[in-house]
Design a protein around this ligand. Sequence first.
Ligand SMILES: Cc1ncc(COP(=O)(O)O)c(C=O)c1O
Length: 405
Amino acid sequence: MRSITVPPTAGLPLQLGDLWPFGAGNFAQQLATWLGIEAVQLECSGTSALMVALRSLKSLKPGRSEIIAPAYTCPLVALAIAQCGLQLRLCDLRADALDMDPACLQRLCCEQTLAVLPTHLCGRVADVDMALHCARAVGAYVIEDAAQALGARNDGESLGLKGDLGFFSLAVGKGLSTFEGGVLIAREPAMRAALSATGEGVRFSPWWELRRSVELLGYAMLYQPSGLHMAYGKPLEQALSRGDWVEAAGDDFDDGIPQHRLGCWRQRVGAKALPRLAAFQQQTDEQARARVAQLQACGLEVVQDIAPHAQGVWPVILLRMPSQQARDTVLRAHWADGSGLSLPFVHVLPDYGRYDHVLASARHDDVSQARDWAQRLLAISNSPWLDDARFVKLLSVLEGALQQG
Ligand SMILES: Cc1ncc(COP(=O)(O)O)c(C=O)c1O
């Protein structure tokens, strides 16, 4: 019998009852209560949420045009910035932590800077205070990119509230999913009003909603042990057999970012699933803690929250391997076997080539430290479907790679 194909991240599985549209509460209100904030604004994707944020900030400070993001991030961020007519600047990473390098960020911040994007990658909490310090010195905004970190907290409150605004993704495989979806939050009522005014311009699209609803139905059916091979295993095998790591990691995006409203039925599905999210995240948190301890006991370097007093979430456990060779050897041998290994992103943004047209002069920003991270990072799924027996096998593979350097 084939063992379960482990999905690359720990997503909350949907239940049949979630699909029944009656008896669901107001998703936006429930989500706001769950996050401990006054209100949230729903969008059709994290990228679309970022675009609403960027357009709002642009209307508040029309003379500014540059957005500073970490060089190792989701390519959708670069596409969104370009689609809003803004210019990306790439910040290198710290050598000792998966976060923007303060000296580099300080150098990049200038009178042209509209916003800085501290990014809570893979659920790990970034240092927003440092980003705020650099941004405020030049009068720029801070947008917390918490696409991969719904439910994570810093100093006791949800991410997205230290900065001027923040956004979460509800895409496939995220903690909570409406197949595609995004959530915008802001502490200040004036900023919420600006976001809401921009959001008003986003129209409902029957075609997109129908498509996403069918995709959500498919996701609900396949994000179960018997469907995971079809949903994840087969496409992964095919991409890897072509040697296409960019496609295997899901980093191949089209230029045009669709923007439309998040439809009613999908909101209701989210509202029905949300009450199970806290227990699911507690389960994945406990699993991650135990496994992080095992990995560290073997001498492996696990990426931790950067901010002090932070409580990240654990869609994956991120490792920094001793070398690119050690990382790639493990991936070549085990990426396709369904045991839950993956890459957060394959490259730093300038190294894809296919995104050069949206990077413009950012292609020449110094990203050498970020490139080193990109070459050595390895993600282990924290899905509960990766059982202890398979995790222990993975552990011995990783230990072997560590010994070989
Ligand atoms: C760091 C980061 N920012 C933004 C996004 C965009 O979110 P979405 O896929 O919901 O459009 C993602 C997607 O995973 C991401 O990882």
